[in-house]
Write a protein that binds this ligand. Structure first.
Ligand SMILES: [Zn+2]
Length: 105
């Protein structure tokens, strides 16, 4: 089964950001997690540095477990299940199980 990839549009289906969608920034294969742009933000405190930077709070994306996101189909306008199809040139593409739209073009 092909997994999610960087730049996929996904929707969060569980947790505090449920219902929000965004683009995958990073896939953490080993941990089965993804980092989605501007989602699941956590506040991190930074200390004032030697270089005159001010201490404060910055928001940074935290990873989300793979099972809490679903691939978002623009055509269906909702999160969907996808299948994998092998093309004539043997490349594998993911498609929306609802409308058959291909995710990998
Ligand atoms: Zn679709």
């Amino acid at each position: 089964m092909m997994g999610l990839k960087k730049d996929d549009k996904v929707m969060v289906i569980g947790g505090k950001d449920k219902g929000k969608s965004g683009k995958i920034k990073q896939v953490l294969h080993a941990r089965n997690r993804v980092v989605v742009e501007k989602l699941n933000l956590v506040k991190r405190h930074t200390k004032p540095g030697m270089d005159q930077t001010q201490g404060g709070i910055i928001e940074k994306e935290s990873s989300i477990h793979r099972s809490n996101v679903m691939l978002f189909c623009e055509k269906c306008d909702k999160p969907v299940r996808y299948g994998v199809r092998t093309m004539e040139d043997n490349s594998k593409v993911r498609y929306c199980k609802k409308c058959e739209e291909l995710f990998d073009k």
